[in-house]
Design a protein around this ligand. Sequence first.
Ligand SMILES: *[C@@H]1O[C@H](CO)[C@@H](O)[C@H](O)[C@H]1NC(C)=O
Ligand SMILES: *[C@@H]1O[C@H](CO)[C@@H](O)[C@H](O)[C@H]1NC(C)=O
Length: 481
Amino acid sequence: MATPPPLRRVAALLLLLVAAASTPTARADLVVTRADRKVDLTSHIVRVLTSLKVENSGPEAVSQFLLAFPNVQAKNLAAIRAFGTEGKVKGPSMVLPIEVVQPSGVPPELTFFSASLSKPLEKGKTLHLDVLTVFTHSIQPFPEEITQAESQLVVYQDSAQYLSPYPVKVQTLSIRLPGGRVESYTKYPNTKLAESELKYGPYEDLPPFSYSPMVVHYENNNPFAVAKEVIREIEISHWGNVQITEHYNIAHGGAKLKGEFSRIDYQSRPYIRGVSSFRHLIARLPPRAHSIYYRDEIGNISTSHLWSDSKKTQLEVEPRFPLFGGWQTTFTIGYGLPLQDFVFNSDGQRFLNITFGSPVEEILIEKLIVKVVLPEGSKDIDISVPFPTKQEQEVKYSHLDISGRPVVVLEKLDVIPEHNLYFQVYYRFNNISLLREPMMLITGFFLLFMACIVYMRTDMSISKNSPSYLAKVQWDEVWSF
Ligand SMILES: *[C@@H]1O[C@H](CO)[C@@H](O)[C@H](O)[C@H]1NC(C)=O
Ligand SMILES: *[C@@H]1O[C@H](CO)[C@@H](O)[C@H](O)[C@H]1NC(C)=O
């Protein structure tokens, strides 16, 4: 079998790391006494949980911990979170702030992040760190094109040893695979594959920047649902509703379909003659979602299914055709939410508190645009999002609007389920403004009415059997009661 392409890059990196390990740099005397990594490869989004036990063996207190990644990996890093607990036993942990740093004397092929400890780690003390990293675009289909009946095989590469600027005493790596065939994997001493779990280690006493490339080539037919773009509009109406409308452009991001697609083949045996395709997606909507619809450019799709209980509402979105690698589809889902569940008052201000991402499970959104449409007349708008986004404001006009509704536009690339965090939009809004539109309507109708009456009373020159004369007679009858 041919060598999967990603392996070629690794050799160059390896040489650099050897050089890095021998470069003396001004690093604190931290030692990782234990590193256990768990890599989850069951979906197309890769999640790595690293549990570290860190000891300060130097004389001075340390307040930063460095995390290193090869650039090829760092460019696909969609989320990184660190939680720390001090002491011998694990207690409640604290979220640690993380930033990109550029320590001196390290190879430019590595990206470093620094986690700030909540309090400096004293000499001889131990710290537990849990680091969650989530990577996108890190599983490559290999081969890149398959036929309708073939299973999708993919390649993942990493290091069997934990890449760290500190020496590591004991370490293990365990990779969870989705089940199914495993074509090949890199074998080192202490490598074991059992029940869809690939294990490396334990390895002991490794110097800083140890790196041993490993590759696993395995079967993965889970939906590679990649949205090229999602536009999520959240419209607040102080009449009691938050209306959500989400436009999706979704593709199957896995191995491309080659050759003809046979629908007859597919329909007779969908799980054999279409094993790599996906037929539906699940959207988990908030509880009490109502007026739910799902449509594409042709119209409403009634084959979707809906379940709900007090904790959630689950919508199964089933496009009109199964999606094979490289195929795309567009659709819209919409639903209403009770205002009091998402918009609150505080100090005379109001704020929307709602989750940022899409409710569709295990989807990667390459570009997400969230638009919050505030009621007309909202002022002093303030936004709070727990991660960086591009922010803009625009104005939306709908019927009866005079000055238009302020719209907050937030844009983020590479959005994954981990970004489904609450964000807030604060604004001021006067309830009197609510009455403006009904008052406009009432005034409008009143004026129309008056005009009719005036017209009826002044129009004397028309013949007795013209329609307008008859209408006038009827009006007069109505008004005489
Ligand atoms: C689609 O369904 C929604 C909600 O059930 C409904 O309000 C709308 O009128 C339907 N549209 C069409 C074109 O059938
Ligand atoms: C937003 O809602 C979530 C979930 O109900 C809650 O945990 C969080 O504290 C709220 N945020 C604010 C600023 O109220």
